[in-house]
Design a protein around this ligand. Structure first.
Ligand SMILES: Cc1cc2nc3c(=O)[nH]c(=O)nc-3n(C[C@H](O)[C@H](O)[C@H](O)COP(=O)(O)O)c2cc1C
Length: 167
């Protein structure tokens, strides 16, 4: 898939078939995340893969979007390691790049994925559930699977409304 074609055709996918996701594909998604740019190349991202049905249901209970996590064969929980950070703003920007790379990789592999941020309201509970130390700051969960439907639509504001000036 061409890079720009992939970038424009990616949509958030919130419904999945029961088909499992190949381990190699999950690792490819993590690898894509790990190749995001980061300030000083400090690579603050850390990942937890959740596929087991019991843990998945426990994780699902921590967001109002529980149905998506229950449905998805794989959830990737993404953290920023506060001990690896050097600048809050820049490190969080790097994490955004990491998460977007992961969404694009899933799309490029023919999978569907969605970035779940609402679960941040229960960040401490997620960390406890996964037995992680406090330095792990929850960034998002990415739910991944084979899309039930490939025809999601979305929209964006016109570029003319976003461009502030041109000198
Ligand atoms: C920071 C962030 C948090 C998000 N949180 C959620 C969420 O909790 N639940 C959800 O269904 N989608 C969530 N999304 C997905 C957005 O709703 C989606 O990207 C947006 O509506 C644009 O649609 P598209 O991704 O299909 O282009 C989130 C996206 C971002 C970037």
């Amino acid at each position: 898939m061409e890079l720009l074609e992939g970038l424009y055709s990616r949509r958030s996918v919130r419904g999945f078939t029961v088909e499992p996701v190949a381990d190699d594909d999950v690792m490819e998604i993590l690898r894509a995340g790990s190749w995001a740019p980061s300030g000083l190349n400090n690579q603050p991202w850390r990942f937890v893969i959740v596929t087991g049905s019991e843990k998945r249901l426990e994780l699902a209970r921590l967001t109002k979007y529980h149905r998506i996590i229950e449905d998805a064969p794989v959830s990737i929980v993404v953290f920023c390691d506060r001990e690896a950070m050097y600048n809050d703003t820049k490190d969080h920007q790097s994490m955004g790049a990491c998460l977007q790379n992961m969404l694009l990789a899933a799309h490029g592999l023919g999978l569907g994925a969605v970035w779940l941020g609402e679960i941040l309201t229960n960040a401490a509970e997620v960390r406890d559930l996964l037995d992680l130390p406090v330095q792990m700051e929850l960034m998002a969960v990415i739910a991944v699977g084979h899309p039930k439907d490939r025809h999601q639509s979305s929209s964006r504001r016109e570029l003319k409304d976003l461009l502030l000036a041109e000198f």
